[in-house]
Design a protein around this ligand. Structure first.
Ligand code: G4P
Length: 524
């Protein structure tokens, strides 16, 4: 095997998806700790608290440098190199959260055992489904009075449409939580919140008398449970997992370190190495010699006055090394990249080399756009990096009309960065901003003021959702004539339907059955 092939094979690039408060931050921190990337617990949570303590963008701005470093966490584990990509949640939930999922090869879904499958998890899972991304499930907080495990699996199967294959099975819950039984190894890991790694002892075999000694009456209950579970649930099937049809399920308690190591082992043992990626012309295999990659996220950096940005590029093939010249396919320009950033756990360091699956950060002044493909020379265009239909809308009004030009430039650039989307209804002069998370409006207002000198107010705008329209010219003209206030153009001049409510959307769809109303749009 060539050294390139080896480097690709040992990489695992994944993200954690969850609903706020299910335990993503805690789990991230524990994974880093088990991976040896951080020495003490508390570092990641500290940053989250700092980020969370304020809804004021000014303050958030100060944290930007921090959020750049926590965007990608790379660490070696066993013989593997793991890239954990952060999916911003809570207040900073944005399209970046969705788009990051287009840059991973697998995901870990965290479910709170008390609350079950929650709204945000469903949304994020739908994004994973676009690429049939394999998902490992971690059911967290078994140290609390949880829902019955079988009920949780059932809920995952019915609401998320994936088969569950339990890999471990919990012994009790809440006050009586004693550990998990591994259905794969026929071993029992005992839970001990005081033990450094959450586990005091591991024994082999359900019939082991030590089991009765340690957990008394629960041992017999466990034996009955396992017989039922083996009869009623799916066995793990790697092929079905890799095609996104089945999810292996682990139980644990992240805050107590319990179950985390089994999860990390599963990430490296089960989840796939970097996969081939589609371009408009051909599939690019991860082990091809020549470098290629795409930009899935742009982050404004520390010094907004200089329009200083970092473009996050996912390497899709070949090897990247410091000082390499790469081609921005959209413009044909060659870029000499000698200051790319890598993300070894916590620190930003100048990167020497990167392989398929790795993420590199390229500093720039607004010249690199979301969705950009970079290659050594070939004219490729990676596809599958979409914009997502916003769920929140505001009408942007300028305080000083003389600044209209700056406003338009600013909004166009910010929408190219993916900070928010801009729509212009055909029959009005309105500038409508759409976002998938509310904080984005504050971000845009703040940045327009500080980077473009434009003072804005945002007014409510009655819109339920946006759909990109795809159809014949005649059909598009017909819908534009009929619904001129609802049909608009986005920043790429593509037609969009701005639906004031669900019923209106349904009626428009029924009236124009030949037009596709799309929830995502490929970035041009
Ligand atoms: P998030 O990133 O998904 O939003 O969740 P986060 O890790 O911040 O966890 C949310 C809350 O759940 C935190 O409590 C965290 O301590 C708690 N938690 C995480 N894992 C477990 C677990 O296995 N068992 C129990 N019982 N709780 C867990 P908090 O009160 O919001 O914060 P803190 O005061 O503990 O820091």
């Amino acid at each position: 095997m060539s050294s390139l092939q080896q480097e690709v094979e040992r990489r695992r690039t994944f993200a954690i998806i969850s609903h706020p408060d299910a335990g993503k931050t805690t789990l991230t921190e524990k994974l880093l700790w088990f991976g040896g990337a951080i020495q003490v617990a508390g570092e990641v949570r500290g940053r989250k608290a700092a980020r969370h303590a304020t809804s004021d963008w000014m303050e958030l701005e100060k944290q930007r440098g921090i959020s750049v470093t926590s965007s990608v966490m790379q660490f070696p584990y066993r013989e593997h190199m793991v890239n954990l990509l952060d999916t911003p949640g809570h207040d900073d939930f944005s399209e970046d959260t969705y788009r990051t999922l287009t840059a991973v090869d697998s995901a870990v879904m965290v479910i709170d055992s008390v609350n079950g499958v929650e709204a945000q998890t469903i949304k994020l899972l739908n994004v994973c489904r676009m690429r049939d991304t394999p998902i490992i499930t971690f059911i967290n907080k078994l140290d609390r009075e949880s829902r019955a495990p079988i009920e949780l699996l059932d809920e995952i199967e019915t609401t998320l449409g994936m088969e569950c294959a339990p890999m471990t099975w919990p012994i009790g819950m809440g006050k009586t939580f004693r550990g998990v039984y591994s259905l794969v190894n026929d071993s029992i890991l005992f839970f001990d919140p005081r033990a450094e790694k959450g586990t005091s002892e591991t024994i082999q075999g359900l019939d082991n008398p030590r089991l009765d000694e340690l957990i008394g009456y629960q041992a017999q209950e466990l034996r009955v449970d396992i017989e039922l579970v083996r009869g009623a649930s799916n066995e793990f099937n790697k092929e079905r997992y890799l095609s996104g049809k089945q999810t292996p399920v682990f139980f644990g308690s992240a805050v107590n370190n319990f179950g985390v190591q089994s999860l990390l082992d599963a990430v490296v043992d089960l989840s796939p190495p970097p996969q081939a990626r589609n371009t408009a012309t051909r599939a690019v295999a991860a082990n091809e010699d020549k470098f290629a990659g795409f930009v899935f996220k742009i982050q404004a950096n520390m010094d907004p006055k200089h329009r200083d940005r970092i473009a996050f590029l996912r390497v899709c093939s070949g090897r990247f090394e410091r000082g390499m010249k790469i081609k921005q396919v959209a413009t044909g320009k060659m870029l000499n990249v000698n200051n790319a950033i890598t993300f070894m756990a916590q620190d930003r360091t100048i990167m020497d080399e990167a392989y398929s699956g790795d993420i590199i950060g390229i500093p720039n002044h607004g010249t690199i756009k979301l969705g950009d493909t970079f290659t050594e020379n070939e004219a490729l265009k990676f596809i599958g990096i979409p914009s997502f239909a916003p769920e929140f809308f505001r009408r942007a009004r300028i305080k000083n009309p003389m600044k209209m030009k700056q406003l338009q430039i600013g909004l166009k650039q910010l929408s190219e960065e993916g900070a928010a989307q801009l729509f212009r209804p055909l029959l009005s002069n309105d500038l409508i901003l759409g976002a998938v998370g509310m904080l984005q409006f504050d971000v845009v207002a703040h940045r327009l003021e500080h980077e473009y000198g434009v003072d804005m107010v945002f007014e409510p705008y009655d819109c339920y959702t946006a759909r990109w329209l795809k159809g014949s010219d005649a059909d598009l003209k017909a819908i534009a004539d009929k619904y001129g206030f609802n049909v608009g153009l986005d920043s790429a001049d593509d037609y969009v339907y701005l639906a004031p409510n669900r019923v209106n959307l349904q009626m428009a769809q029924e009236r124009y059955p030949d037009i596709q109303f799309m929830e995502t749009r490929e970035i041009a």
